[in-house]
Design a protein around this ligand. Structure first.
Ligand code: ADP
Ligand code: MG
Length: 683
């Protein structure tokens, strides 16, 4: 048996059940090895009957005193009933539809029962508990893994399969170099895999988890470092500043750049002047002016005879960038187009042709559209705006778009996160920070209120609209859902229209067609709509300076960084702006958390608190990095993230690929980064 052995060769699996395993993503023995449990139950903590509580999930060791014959219940189920006891009391145990127990259970023998204790009127009872015989000299396993399963699957199907591969598990070679294992006191791989599936006790389980997480992070770090090295070896078009009149472009802007913007533009220009590809992340708080920084980079690329592509996360944002750039470049003879789902097929075809023959200088669109079947004549720069998931690995997939030369890449993000986290999210990008807001930015007055204030808030909106302003109301859901009272955009829009009949109200959400979204957004931009009731599709980037009120319903449902993004949609013009966060009345904790929003406007500070309260999952989307999902690593463990980065750097200097010493580790890296991509991206 080896890693690549198909799972169907296992005796307890076979052809039929292997389809179920496939559904869980398990087709080989290796897949099963890294199919980690979601959680564990501890059946080793044995209670006495007298010490149990009603409703408690517990383990009891009891002797079977009496055992009934199989009977049929009123609703047609087979059942048997036992009376079982320890020295403190007895329990009436019923099993439904488990007829074989009638024969196999032995009166007078001891068993471990694991299940929910229910005190009924006349007796303590358990229904269909898990049951195992207590055998002298053979200790019962205490900790049981619970795997994330699909329908038709029982935990025991996995247990059986794992049992069959234990000889293989014991033979797994350790890919992590011995000195690293020693330095960090890691458990060896074979033992860790065994303990994760068949834990002896909690201590060993914890060590196993730590060990496997370490390996996973190390593998990840090695992968991104190798990709970075590979990208840096590619040829890019050097784009000298000289003769481009960039200074003229920058001074044509309707404002003076901040010192931070100037510094970051210089960092970008220094990169782009080189003949190796730029891979740079620009972080800047909401409103710090990232768009003109991108424009400066795009200008340089185009004046050097190249094309540029800008990717936005939503169609709304793509459309808006199109308008912004059209204005910024108005006097500079730059041909700009935009490509999103709402563009007709005929137009798409035309755009593709114009991209391919070089007529278009700048194309703006959503991620998917630019990736799909678009050919450029000479793509020199890719800008990814607010793309949390545009990392080094996505960059690698775009690499051959422009043929012989690789484009420079600029990623822009308003989520100010620690360096270690950005490493996980984006891979190893060079970092520029815009740590200054343009002058004269006013503080957005922010209030967290419970829903008894709702009518007052609506009145306030009405007053603002009458004074010529506009407002956003953000709701967490699209359609009303009966089992909870979360505000839905659709329903809320309708209610509001009834309550405020003089206002022009529109509803915007992700389920509308691209064209419809554009239309609504345009009307809001032009002031034809007063109040936009929306889901978080307006979260990032949207710029309507006349909007002065941001109301967030069920604000307790959002992360602070997300609220900060939403708040950043107002306060973009001259007028004083307000943000009102409405939370459910009962929630005192929500109130405390939301009050942080009133106390600071600093996105970095908010991200720090958010990270502390909610962990990094919210910021980066559950254990996800582009196509890579961490199976076991906890990216909040900054110490481990840093340690693995350091070790990866050492290994890379020695050479990961082609080095006998790291052969197994190189295999792991290939395996992790080859997901959805049959090619080896390192070769
Ligand atoms: P973000 O960093 O959130 O993407 P934007 O690029 O959308 O921010 O900029 C926010 C607003 O600030 C825009 O209206 C933009 O024109 C304006 N702006 C950008 N830079 C400056 C500056 N140096 N001085 C004044 N206003 C600026
Ligand atoms: Mg922006």
């Amino acid at each position: 048996m080896e890693r690549a052995t198909p799972i169907r060769y296992l005796k307890t699996v076979g052809e039929k059940r292997s389809a179920l395993f496939e559904k869980l993503g398990i087709s080989t023995v290796g897949d099963l090895v890294s199919f980690y449990p979601r959680r564990y139950v501890n059946k080793g903590d044995i209670k006495k009957v007298a010490d149990t509580e009603n409703g408690e999930l517990c383990s009891l060791i009891m002797r079977i005193d009496t055992k009934s014959k199989t009977a049929i219940s009123r609703n047609g189920l087979n059942y048997i009933t036992l009376l079982a006891s320890d020295d403190t009391g007895s329990v009436s145990v019923t099993f439904f539809n488990q007829q074989w127990l009638e024969k196999s259970l032995v009166q007078g023998a001891k068993y471990r029962f694991y299940g929910k204790m229910v005190y009924s009127m006349f007796a303590k009872t358990m229904q269909s508990p898990e049951i195992e015989a207590v055998i002298e000299g053979k200790p019962l396993r205490a900790i049981f893994p619970i795997y994330p399963l699909t329908k038709g699957f029982a935990q025991r199907n996995i247990y059986n399969a794992i049992n069959q591969i234990t000889p293989y598990i014991k033979s797994i070679k350790d890919p992590v170099p011995a000195e690293v294992i020693e330095k960090y006191s890691l458990m060896n791989k074979a033992e860790a895999v065994e303990q994760i599936h068949l834990p002896e006790n909690m201590e060993k389980l914890e060590l196993a988890r730590r060990r496997l997480a370490f390996e996973e992070l190390l593998t990840f770090q090695l992968g991104i470092q190798n990709m970075r090295a590979k990208i840096k070896k590619e040829n890019a078009i050097a784009m000298p500043l000289k003769g481009t009149n960039a200074g003229k472009f920058l001074s044509s802007l309707p404002f003076a750049l901040t010192a931070a913007q100037e510094r970051v533009i210089k960092e970008i220009y220094d990169d782009m002047e080189k003949s190796q590809p730029m891979i740079r992340l620009v972080q800047g708080d909401v409103g710090s002016g990232k768009t003109v920084v991108a424009a400066a980079a795009i200008y340089l690329a185009i004046r050097n005879g190249c094309q540029a592509a800008m990717m936005a996360p939503t169609e709304i944002l793509a459309r808006q960038h199109f308008e912004t750039f059209s204005k910024l470049f108005e006097k500079f003879e730059i041909k700009i187009e935009y490509l999103t789902g709402s563009v007709t097929a005929a137009n798409k075809k035309k755009l593709r042709e114009q991209l391919e023959n070089g007529e278009i200088d700048l194309i703006i669109g959503t991620h998917a559209l630019i990736q799909q079947s678009v050919r450029f004549s000479k793509l020199g720069l890719i800008v990814a705006d607010e793309q949390h998931r545009f990392g080094v690995s996505q960059r690698a997939m775009l690499a051959d778009k422009s043929g012989e030369y690789s484009p420079h890449v600029l990623v822009m993000s308003a989520t100010p996160i620690p360096r270690t986290l950005s490493l996980i999210m984006y891979g190893d990008l060079d970092l520029s920070v815009i740590d200054e807001l343009p002058p004269g930015r006013q503080i957005i007055e922010t209030y967290a209120v419970d829903d008894s204030y709702r009518n007052r808030v609506y009145n306030f909106i009405k007053n603002q609209v009458e004074a010529g302003r506009q407002a956003y109301i953000i709701c967490p859901l699209v359609e009303d859902n009966e089992d909870n009272n979360l505000k839905s955009a659709e329903q809320h829009g309708a209610d509001l229209a009834a309550m405020l009949p003089t206002l022009k109200i529109a509803v915007l959400h992700g389920k509308l067609s691209g064209r419809k979204k554009d239309e609504i957004m345009n009307k809001f931009s032009n002031g034809e709509i007063d109040v936009l009731v929306s889901t978080t599709v307006v979260e990032v980037g949207v710029d309507v300076p006349n909007a002065t009120v941001m109301v967030v319903e069920n604000a307790e449902r959002f992360g602070l960084s997300q609220l900060h993004q939403l708040r950043g949609r107002v306060g973009r013009g001259k007028e004083k702006s307000y943000c009102v966060l409405i939370y459910e009345k009962e929630s005192e904790k929500a109130k405390q958390r939301l009050n942080i929003m009133s106390s600071t406007n600093d996105g970095f500070e908010i991200a720090r608190v958010d990270l502390e309260i909610r962990g990094p999952g919210e910021l980066i989307g559950e254990r996800q990095h582009g196509e890579i999902r961490f199976k076991i690593a906890d990216i909040a463990d900054m110490d481990m993230v840093n340690a693995t980065k350091e070790e990866a750097e050492k290994i890379c200097t020695e050479g990961l690929f082609g080095n006998e010493k790291y052969a197994e580790l190189a295999d792991e890296v290939n395996l992790m980064f080859r997901i959805n991509n049959s090619e080896n991206i390192f070769s």
